[in-house]
Write a protein of this length. Structure first.
Ligand code: NDP
Length: 517
């Protein structure tokens, strides 16, 4: 039985109350309804947010539109915008413990891990501040002596940002600072389950000097608030991270008003382990890759593809190490895997394992929830003997469940790797350069890690092929993605190319004298 410490000094005695941020002011929802969030690890009420509705989303959009059309933010010099983003990064660091604790209490992730996510998020705000200073267009002087072509980048407009519950503060920080760096204004809707840290970000942005209306935050359900943002004609672009199913609906709705979309969706990411790999490093990465964030991770290495000649011993070691993973109270600093986000989701995870077993797979470890004094926890689970057509091999389980398949050749490994509709990321483990390069070239995924797994850098673009998304976040184009291109064609010098040719020396009542070319 997992022990959960209800006397932990970091557990709040009363839930924290939040408001909506609209036009620089904190408000309750127009209907005055609220949502209460209970910690999935402790079953204790931790946060109360307004349950916004369509009218609240619309008020936020009007505010963001006004802030874009007549407010100061898009017109500021890049240096001034950059200063606000840098101040925000400093304030994020000053409030890092508070932000990490909120994400831990609302999501159930280990506090030690949440601290790393907040530090990574502060770094993203600083990177965006650098990109703001480098936003520029192009000049074309190769169009003949009479023409200068200038391509300028203008801020895209009002951005609707919709985020999921698995990395609440990190994911908003992959989007909002880059939109702001470009001079856009935004309406943000965090997941209803984990809105706290995004609302604290609202306080941080006001303190950092962001003008009213440049970033608005509306909590509430996706069906009400999210859908209203996607439909609204005054929104220019949707930046969405979440499930592929909701992503597809969002793209379809956004098409009605031809909004630009940026979609970061699900993944069913394989780790390919070849017999000649550094197997010590590979086994550690396989275990980390599936259990990090309880497997509730778009990048989760949820499929192990292992070469048949080492499959037996490698799998024994994966099972042994999985058994040793510390699951438990996320406030305990020794914990590596915390709670599962909701009872429904836990049931869905167990269902995938039950169905796989019924279809002939072998559950080598775990397979069901763990007995705990409080909250809901899933046992680290390894399912072997999986075949490619099983749901557990194709669909995103989004839990600590590893599906194991075997292969003989590079060809077969690549075919298995590409055998789902997703294409977010993959890991390849081999000491052979050709094996690594051949696999990396042929795997259809936005990121391929070679002899490492799930590292992330602000400098490197992130996003997916196929049903894993549209567009890329991060990297040096991250702020450019929130801009529109405008072309200026500028004539230089006296005119010589008349559409209706005129006689040499003819006087014009407009005052000019025709010159012949
Ligand atoms: P969902 O798709 O259910 O929700 C994502 C967000 O969309 C939430 O804020 C949700 O609101 C909102 N939403 C729900 N319905 C609508 C709608 N009709 N219109 C507009 N917005 C809506 O995903 P989860 O929150 O369950 O997150 C898990 C998923 O996110 C996984 O599939 C995972 O792979 C993916 N993900 C992808 C990442 C990537 O970068 N590729 C990174 C992290 C996660 P609410 O839930 O509050 O009602």
């Amino acid at each position: 039985m997992l022990a959960i410490d209800l006397k932990h000094p970091l557990l709040p005695r009363t839930p924290r109350q939040f408001g909506l941020l609209i036009d620089g002011k904190w408000r309750s929802a127009q209907e005055e309804k609220v949502v209460e969030r209970t910690s999935p690890a402790h079953d204790v009420r931790v946060s109360v947010y307004p349950s916004g509705e369509v009218a609240d989303a619309e008020a936020a959009i009007v505010s963001a539109r006004r802030a874009f059309d007549i407010g100061p933010w898009p017109k500021l010099k890049a240096a001034e915008r950059s200063r606000v983003l840098l101040r925000a990064a400093d304030l994020i660091e000053q409030r890092a413990e508070e932000l990490a604790l909120l994400d831990t209490l609302e999501n159930g992730k280990p506090l030690t891990q949440a601290r790393g996510e907040i530090a990574g998020a502060a770094d993203l705000w600083r990177y965006a501040a650098c990109l703001a200073r480098d936003l520029h267009g192009d000049a074309y002087t190769n169009l003949g002596p009479a023409m200068l072509g200038v391509v300028v980048r203008e801020p895209m407009g009002v951005i609707a940002i919709i985020t999921p519950w698995n990395f609440p503060f990190l994911i908003i920080s992959q989007k909002l600072p880059f939109a702001l760096a470009a001079g856009c204004t935004a309406v943000v809707k965090p997941s209803e389950l984990t809105s706290g840290s995004t609302l604290v970000l609202g306080e941080i942005l006001l303190e950092a000097g962001l003008p009213p209306g440049a970033a608005n935050i509306v909590t509430g359900s996706g069906r009400q608030v999210g859908a209203a943002m996607v439909r609204h004609p005054a929104v220019d672009m949707i930046s969405f991270t979440g499930s592929t199913a909701v992503g597809k609906m969002t793209v379809a709705t956004a098409a009605e008003t031809l909004k630009r979309v940026s979609m970061e969706l699900g993944g069913k990411n394989p780790q390919l382990v070849f017999a000649d790999a550094d197997l010590e490093a590979a086994v550690d990465a396989v275990v980390f890759g599936i259990y990090f964030n309880a497997g509730e991770c778009c990048n989760s290495g949820s499929r192990l593809l292992v070469q048949r000649e080492i499959a037996g011993t490698f799998l024994d070691e994966v099972v042994a190490r999985s058994r040793a993973v510390p699951v438990g109270d996320p406030l305990d600093e020794r914990t590596k895997v915390g709670a599962i986000i909701s009872a429904d989701h836990l049931g869905k995870i167990e269902g995938y394992v039950t169905d796989a077993a019924a279809a002939g797979a072998e559950v080598r470890l775990g397979g069901q929830r763990l007995a705990a004094e409080r909250g809901r926890f899933m046992a680290p689970t390894v399912v072997a003997g999986v075949s490619p057509e099983m749901a557990i091999a194709r669909e995103e389980v989004f839990g600590p469940v590893l599906a194991v398949l075997t292969f003989d050749t590079v060809e077969e490994a690549v075919t298995l790797a590409n055998g789902t509709g997703y294409g977010l990321s993959a890991g390849v483990w081999s000491r052979d350069y050709d094996t690594c390069q051949t696999a990396a070239a042929r795997i259809r995924a936005g990121t391929v890690w070679l002899n490492t797994f799930m590292e992330g850098f602000a400098e490197l673009p992130f996003g997916g092929f196929g049903e894993s998304g549209i567009g890329r976040e991060l990297g040096r184009h991250a702020a450019l993605d929130y801009t529109e291109i405008k072309t200026l064609q500028m004539h230089r010098g006296p005119r010589s190319d008349w559409w209706l040719p005129r006689a040499q020396g003819a006087q014009s009542p407009l005052g000019s004298q025709a010159t012949l070319s």
